[in-house]
Design a protein around this ligand. Structure first.
Ligand code: ZN
Length: 150
């Protein structure tokens, strides 16, 4: 049975959801209308109410690969690898990946990945509109007078 995201709590300015530990991500099943089901993948934008990005949590078994290339019209993607060993392919170039590897791919880059290691490959993919970030961190952050109370 597929793992179901478990809402933790939400408020005026936040939504918190438990998607399971990375070792459990293989239990997520993505249903793709007309294209069957895919184990080990869940998109989390809807669960969290994200408005400026899409994210997926991914797990792949040893030997698993994506049998097609894909591209995006306007979103850049960040693949952030947590566990296992694998390879990404972008525009025909192969990139070895493992824990801590991050790969950015701009619109126009034909991409896919494979798990060529001996363990489960686990990674997060973040999508956001290329060129949309106007400021971040110190430029966007605000530190009010109010202090945290635990
Ligand atoms: Zn993509």
């Amino acid at each position: 049975m597929a793992r179901t995201p478990n809402p933790i709590k939400s408020g005026k300015h936040y939504t918190a959801v438990d998607f399971g530990a990375p070792a459990q991500w293989m239990e997520h099943v993505l249903v793709r209308p007309g294209r069957g089901e895919m184990a080990g993948k869940i998109f989390i934008k809807e669960n969290l109410g994200l408005t400026g990005m899409e994210l997926s949590l991914n797990a792949a078994k040893p030997g698993q690969d994506v049998p097609f290339l894909h591209d995006h019209k306007q979103n850049e993607e960040l693949y952030l690898f947590l566990d296992g060993r694998g390879e990404m392919q972008v525009d025909g170039e192969k990139i070895p990946v493992g824990p801590g590897s991050a790969v950015r791919i701009a619109p126009g880059g034909l991409r896919c990945w494979r798990n060529n290691g001996k363990e489960e490959l686990r990674f997060i993919v973040i999508q956001a509109k290329a060129g949309s970030l106007e400021q971040s961190t110190g430029g966007d952050g605000i530190i009010p007078e109010q202090k945290p109370v635990w």
